[in-house]
Write a protein that binds this ligand. Sequence first.
Ligand code: FES
Length: 109
Amino acid sequence: MSGTDLPPPRWVAAADLAAFGDRETLCVSVGGSRVALVRLAGGIFAISDTCPHMQASLSGGTVVGEHIECPAHYALFEIRTGKATGGLACRDLRTWPVRVDGSTVMVGV
Ligand code: FES
């Protein structure tokens, strides 16, 4: 294993697939972190639920295209990458890998 190789994730059941629809968010607790699951046409993505500006819950925000807008002060983040792209976003969001196993959304920690 080289210095850049990461160990494979440990997959944790995070939610039922039926718990949220397309372009909706769901806040879950995974591995001690608050995670916002977001479903887009291209799949399900897991980003930190905590806005780095003043810790608002991003799962209460609005999905705008492929971005999520913080409900408190309207910072924008790319859902697929967690990248901060506008407003008061002061740093990128943590992201986690996601896979779907039957009807269960699994998050890699
Ligand atoms: S808490 Fe999210 S932009 Fe201020």
